[in-house]
Write a protein that binds this ligand. Structure first.
Ligand SMILES: Nc1ncnc2c1ncn2[C@@H]1O[C@H](COP(=O)(O)OP(=O)(O)O)[C@@H](O)[C@H]1O
Ligand SMILES: [Mg+2]
Length: 448
């Protein structure tokens, strides 16, 4: 390749630094602004240049990009639709690279860091939607970091409508977007894409930011914002957030919940306590909502702590099993916060019994080692703090059950962490009744 000046202004470097299926991107020197960072020219590759379909699609891409202006959309410095050498488009060089490069460099991002990116990208997508444009190819290679702002780029699949975007009708081009980021309806046919298909892709982008992996599957149960991601990427479009901005709002509410008014907290607590006492199994969606609500409560505030205790007091073994199935992480958070809340509340010894029943039910209802440890620790601490023998009896029942090695260790750890070993075995006969190896391990703990 020899040096080439395009549009009497841009000097092409010899080799493209990026290439997609149809296009190539080059750093170019701008003879009109030699001091600027060399911008980027996008052109069709030689093969696609001779192809009428790609030719006219690229021209449309250029027209679309040139028709919009927003801080979160890649700007256009210059373009020519009719250059004899083929249409071209020049944009500033995004020195931060694309989102895929960024994630490769920084690894999976925290919820707050990915929210920052989501805000930018969503603002750009909301803006083009107001201009009746669908992007239809939001993917890590098409989101770029330019002067500290994330911008959407590559309008190769974008569709401009005469009508507001949500009333899309027929349109068809080949290629349907980037697989793992593309909504099911858009995979069926590009023409079925609506603004909600872009919301889906944003959800997948958001998942990708936090996992650093291709979002081929639903987000795992350990991803903090999985509920918001699942909603954005719901199979049926009407179940998704109604717009990019609403998706952002949902994420913001999940990360930084608004302060609650005390009256609504106690009303909710009353409602959930009633639901739990009336039913041994809540519907999954209610269970998830209740867990979310519970772990968002601030147990350092008296009113919220009381609400939290009132609800947790109604949890049975069945409920708890359900809670762990819906969201194991939040269920465990709720259980260990329950321990703190009861200890902080210091409501007196006769308020220890109901929580003790709950911890005992949680411990015996499953074979999860972490839950067993929390329950044993909580029973010992709450029992010790109130000198409540009811708690000792519950502990004794738990210890007496046959247990795998992992659970034995969990119970030893729990008791050790409680700092109440001596109180628990003040009556030596309790220790003597226990099966080995637990008896031996506890005896060692007592001596140590
Ligand atoms: N203005 C730019 N600044 C920096 N890199 C860019 C720019 N435009 C494109 N690129 C890089 O080239 C890649 C391909 O560009 P893109 O417009 O997405 O073309 P394609 O249609 O081939 O996917 C992008 O993923 C990005 O890494
Ligand atoms: Mg691209």
């Amino acid at each position: 390749m020899t040096e080439l000046i395009v549009g009497e202004r841009f000097v092409l470097s010899s080799y493209p630094f990026g290439a997609g299926a149809f296009g190539e991107v080059f750093r170019v020197q701008d003879l009109q602004r030699p001091d600027d960072h060399d911008p980027v020219m996008k052109r069709l590759n030689d093969e696609s240049a001779g192809h009428p379909f790609h030719f006219s699609r690229f021209r449309r891409e250029i027209r679309t990009m040139a028709s919009v202006e927003h801080v979160n959309v890649m700007p256009v410095i210059a373009y020519d639709l009719d250059d004899p050498l083929g249409p071209w488009l020049v944009s500033p060089f995004a020195d931060g690279g694309n989102l895929a490069d960024y994630i490769t460099l920084h690894g999976p991002l925290s919820p707050d860091d990915s929210l920052k990116i989501l805000r930018d990208v969503a603002a750009g997508v909301d803006y083009i939607h107001t201009r009746a444009i669908l992007h239809r190819d939001l993917s890590p290679g098409n989101v770029l970091l330019l002067n500290g702002h994330w911008v959407i780029s590559d309008f190769g699949l974008a569709h401009v409508s005469e009508q507001p975007v949500s009333f899309q009708t027929s349109y068809s081009v080949t290629g349907y977007g980037t697989t793992d980021f593309c909504s099911p309806e858009q995979k069926q046919s590009l023409a079925s894409a609506t603004a909600l298909s872009d919301v889906y892709s944003l959800g997948k982008l958001f998942q990708y930011m936090q996992t650093g992996a291709s979002p081929a599957h639903e987000p795992g149960s350990d991803l903090p914002l999985r509920f918001e991601i699942r909603k954005a990427t719901a199979t049926s479009p009407q179940d998704r957030y109604g717009s990019p901005a609403l998706f952002v709002d949902g994420v913001v509410a999940a990360i930084h919940p608004a302060p609650r008014d005390p009256e609504s907290v106690s009303d909710m607590a009353e409602q959930y306590a009633e639901d739990l006492s009336e039913s041994s199994a809540l519907p999954t969606s209610d269970t998830a909502a209740m867990l979310g609500w519970l772990v968002d409560l601030d147990i350092k505030k008296v009113g919220e702590r009381d609400a939290f205790i009132d609800v947790m007091n109604q949890v049975t073994g069945n409920h708890f099993e359900r809670l762990t199935k819906v969201d194991r992480e939040r269920a465990m958070t709720a259980l260990s916060r329950f321990e703190e809340a009861v200890l902080d509340a210091d409501r007196g010894f006769n308020h220890a019994d109901q929580p003790a029943r709950v911890f005992a039910a949680a411990a015996t209802g499953n074979t999860d080692a972490t839950i067993r440890k929390i329950a044993v620790r909580a029973l010992a601490r709450i029992g010790g703090a109130n000198n409540r023998w009811f708690c000792l009896d519950r502990l004794q029942e738990i210890f007496a059950r046959p247990a795998a090695d992992e659970l034995v260790s969990a119970m030893v750890d729990g008791l050790k962490e409680s700092g109440e070993v001596r109180w628990v075995f003040q009556d030596n006969s309790r220790l003597e009744q226990l099966p080995n190896p637990l008896r031996g391990r506890f005896r060692a703990l007592l001596k140590g």
